[in-house]
Design a protein around this ligand. Structure first.
Ligand SMILES: Cc1cc2nc3c(=O)[nH]c(=O)nc-3n(C[C@H](O)[C@H](O)[C@H](O)COP(=O)(O)O)c2cc1C
Ligand code: SF4
Length: 456
């Protein structure tokens, strides 16, 4: 691993020199025209290459799960920013699977609130650009990270001594096959509600250690959802197949799937089977097989991510500043960017006939467009995903496509404060640096409570 240092790159030449110094490669291009190209996603045509990656704002109404005014504002700003597709954040399928009390939750009784969110978001893009955006929603169950009332209430898919020890969950029981069967029904019912609300696609979320992702590495789990590859991938495949059969044809099914749950074998996913019970090495054989199977089932695009945000945030969201009390990143964030983009390339090459979006580019700030264009040109990915970049600088797409630049003063600084708000668990999430009037006070609310509880 290279030594940690903060972002200090002004020009594309600086980035080239830095990559050369590290002996690393990222495709780069100054010709940004590819970013404005239309892209086919199933039967839809996107008007450009940009998508907003799912970013939880923890601002839903705790009692109903309804999107709030702040939720609607975030999505309106994304739509007005110019991306052709928005991948909405995690929405829980059951109350006990919420990661925090303000995570969105869709139910029969709040369907109208979701219809409004979809209509207003789509209308905002139509009013500004005259284009239809594709609006996908991510359905989730937080599994061992569930905290529906603000305190951990874990629902584990397997005993995992590494995570159990780190999270103090050694004595927590594993959820039963019957529970998982019921959760499948909940995913299907919520997917139908999402289709009725007007979303164009539904994502079966299986990343970042949450319930469905944890099942993928449940080698030691007995019963039909653990052990063999077939059993471990049963939930995501059966559930997606049922969604495909039961949703109206205008709503497609996709997944944000993990390709790396970094734990020593036999507890991880995307890791090599080896003798060591303390170390892991990447082996994408099984994740690639699963993604090929999901594609063959009919998913028109696949989104991926890696790592547990709780334990390896440097892998999936390379950053300069860590959460309060956490150590600085163990590596130079540019190395994390290169690792993540190489994994995205490997996956896109495995399923070249459907689009795979990038993620994890925010650390590059105003140099993002050159890497984005390079990646498209060299076919490392088909779509350019922005997560923190969309929180900080929602209209960056407009600037990239119309002016050919990003304003460095508007870019995400990878300060981790939006993640801090999520972790503190009481305030609403957004960009503390570039949307300070709203989210500065929100950060403080969470900090005061965390300090009072002695959580720092
Ligand atoms: C505050 C915050 C909330 C996030 N919420 C979600 C989420 O709901 N679902 C998800 O799949 N990823 C989520 N992510 C991960 C992002 O989608 C994205 O993969 C990550 O931030 C790296 O991309 P970036 O460099 O463009 O930010 C979140 C990340 C952050 C920082
Ligand atoms: S708070 Fe803003 S600047 Fe900081 S990481 Fe989040 S989006 Fe980026």
């Amino acid at each position: 691993m290279s030594e940690f240092r903060r972002f200090n790159l002004k020009t594309l030449d600086d980035l080239k020199a830095e990559l050369e110094r590290l002996g690393m490669y990222l495709p780069l291009s100054e010709d940004l025209s590819v970013l404005a190209e239309p892209v086919k996603v199933g039967s839809h045509t996107l008007s450009n290459r940009f998508i907003v990656q799912p970013m939880e704002g923890v601002d839903a109404d705790p009692a109903s799960g309804n999107p709030s005014e702040l939720t609607c504002r975030r999505y309106r700003r994304f739509a007005e920013g110019g991306s052709s597709m928005i991948w909405a954040e995690a929405v829980a399928v059951v109350p006990d699977g919420r990661s925090n009390p303000k995570q969105m939750l869709i139910t029969k009784s709040n369907l109208d609130a979701y219809k409004r969110l979809v209509d207003e978001t789509k209308q905002a893009a139509m009013d500004k650009y005259g284009h239809e955006i594709l609006f996908v929603v991510q359905l989730t169950h937080s599994g061992r990270f569930s905290k529906p009332d603000g305190i951990p209430a874990p629902l584990k898919a397997q005993h995992n001594p590494h995570l159990d020890k780190a999270l103090g969950m050694e004595t927590v029981d594993v959820v039963s096959d019957d529970y998982l069967d019921r959760i499948q029904d909940d995913f299907i019912n919520c997917a139908k509600l999402c289709a009725e609300a007007g979303f164009d696609g539904v994502d079966m979320k299986a990343v970042h250690g949450y319930l469905i992702a944890e099942l993928l590495g449940a080698h030691r789990r007995p019963g039909k959802y653990g052990g063999s590859y077939e059993n471990r991938t049963r939930f995501i495949k059966e559930c997606s197949m049922r969604m495909m059969r039961e949703l109206p044809p205008e709503c497609f099914v996709t997944s944000r799937t993990t390709v790396l749950e970094p734990c020593p074998y036999p507890y991880g996913w995307g890791v090599a089977a080896n003798e060591s019970d303390t170390d892991w090495n990447i082996d994408l054989t099984e994740p690639k097989q699963l993604l090929r199977e999901l594609k063959d089932m009919g998913m028109p695009l696949l989104n991926i991510s890696i790592g547990f945000p709780r334990f390896q945030p440097y892998m999936n969201r390379p950053h300069d500043n860590s959460l309060v009390g956490a150590p600085p990143p163990p590596e130079y964030p540019l190395e994390g960017v290169v690792r993540f983009q190489n994994i995205i390339r490997d996956i896109q090459m495995e399923i070249p006939d459907i689009p795979v979006p990038t993620a994890g580019l925010a650390w590059l700030r105003h140099l993002t467009p050159y890497v984005a264009a390079g990646m498209i040109k060299e076919k490392w990915c088909t779509l350019i995903g922005q997560g923190r970049g969309a929180f900080a600088y929602p209209d960056s797409v407009n600037d990239i496509l119309n002016k050919g630049i990003m304003d460095p003063k508007k870019c995400c600084t990878t300060c981790s404060m939006c993640s801090q708000i999520m972790k503190d668990g009481v305030a609403c999430g957004g960009c503390v640096v570039r949307d300070r009037e709203i989210y500065g006070p929100e950060l403080l609310k969470g900090r005061v409570v965390a300090k009072a509880k002695g959580l720092d």
